[in-house]
Design a protein around this ligand. Structure first.
Ligand code: NAD
Ligand code: DAU
Length: 332
């Protein structure tokens, strides 16, 4: 695979994957990104110009996507509207990008005969009880809760159908919650870190007992590359690193890092339809493809992420006020 097209490559995880690809392979990379509010050109800074180019365009625009796909050996599809809270305010761009965008890309790879890896989420499986001994596996039935997760579930179904009906050469991965540098301040961990830095308090939805299964974005990238190179066509792989923590624990780790009292946070209005718990069983990826995560200690990965936000205030500060105004309007 000499030429790889990465959709959404200017976002949080897509940009990490582009850096990972450049370091781990000899490939030339094209990023196709619409540069929505969630994108950041800075996240792609420092990459060799001879190997990376950015095409600004919409993954749902066949006039852009068809010729671009035909120039590449493989496509890795990260582009999406990705934030649950935004999908509750206005689902429309989620349907357009996550469903119509994936459909447009599938038609392009079908016509050009190009390999596709589709990046998806564990949220397609719905949620688990706190005391459920089972975790999500590739066999768990789909049961999405939010407009975001339902459009991701629909996009997975489109990929599966294009594999079976048209012989498209595709794999799918469903990953748990990512953390690390360059994540938008709308998301849970960056929001709480930057609340503390700006003199505010972390905001916990409801009681704060919802559990997420945290994985460092570098580990997500290494898993996606492993699947792209060695995954079996038509297969789905779950990606996770055994990182279950409830939201209260995460907030208290952040407060401890800054030397603030453990109760220095606010409970705010809960998210509508809030999934209780996600938990990934990544046995298939580990045993069949030999992948292992590098970041095994969540608290030290979180500490490094906190220090990154402390050092990169110029990057996130311009977005903070508008994000907080949006949350405040919903009592969050
Ligand atoms: P993000 O919101 O940070 O980035 C999304 C990127 O896609 C942005 O650069 C944006 O400009 C681009 N984009 C949006 N609409 C587009 C369009 N119509 N055409 C072209 N580009 C468009 O998202 P993220 O957190 O980096 O997530 C990337 C992918 O990984 C998504 O598919 C998401 O569902 C999936 N995922 C995310 C997580 C997580 O924890 N963040 C976990 C599992 C899976
Ligand atoms: O599981 C994978 C998914 O993880 C990805 O598919 C999504 O793209 C990604 O955004 C993430 O979804 P979540 O909804 O789990 O992430 P978020 O960061 O929005 O919230 C994490 C948890 O924190 C969730 O239980 C809601 C809670 N929360 C969130 C915010 C923004 C709070 O308690 N307070 C907050 O201010």
């Amino acid at each position: 695979m000499d030429r790889i097209l990465v959709t959404g490559g200017a976002g949080f995880i897509g940009s990490n994957f582009v850096h990972h690809l450049i370091g781990a392979t000899e490939a030339e990379v094209t990023v196709l990104d619409k540069l929505t509010y969630a994108a950041s050109r800075e996240s792609l800074a420092g990459l060799p110009e001879s190997r990376v180019r950015l095409v600004v365009g919409d993954v749902a625009d066949a006039a852009v996507v068809d010729p671009l796909v035909a120039e590449h050996d493989a496509v890795v599809h990260f582009a999406a509207e990705s934030h649950n809270d935004n999908s509750l305010r206005d689902p429309s761009p989620f349907v357009q990008t996550n469903l119509v965008g994936t459909f447009t890309l599938l038609e392009a790879v079908r016509k050009a005969g190009v390999r596709l890896h589709h990046v998806s989420t564990d949220e397609v499986y719905g949620d688990l009880e706190l005391d459920d001994p089972q975790r999500f596996t590739e066999a768990t039935p789909y049961d999405p809760s939010s407009p975001y997760s339902s459009t991701k579930a629909g996009s997975d179904m489109l990929v599966r159908a294009w594999v079976r009906s048209f012989g498209v050469q595709a794999t799918i991965s469903n990953c748990s919650n990512n953390y690390g540098p360059w994540q938008h301040v709308e998301k849970f961990i960056p929001r709480q870190i930057t609340n503390v830095i700006t003199g505010g308090r972390p905001k916990l939805y409801g009681a704060g007992l919802n559990v997420r299964d945290w994985i460092h974005t570098e580990d997500h990238s290494s898993a996606v590359l492993t699947i792209l190179q060695n995954g079996k066509i038509g297969e789905t792989y779950l990606i996770g690193a055994d990182g279950e923590r409830n939201n209260l624990e995460v907030v208290q780790m952040i407060l401890r890092h800054f030397g603030r009292p453990a109760d220095d946070f606010d409970h705010v209005t809960d998210r509508a339809g809030h999934d209780l718990r996600y938990a990934i069983d990544a046995t298939k990826l580990r045993t069949e493809l030999g992948w292992e995560p590098a970041y095994r200690d969540f608290e030290s990965g979180l500490a490094a992420t906190i220090e990154w936000y402390v050092a990169h205030e110029d990057w996130w500060r311009p977005h903070k006020e508008a994000v907080e105004a949006g949350y405040a309007a919903k009592g969050q």
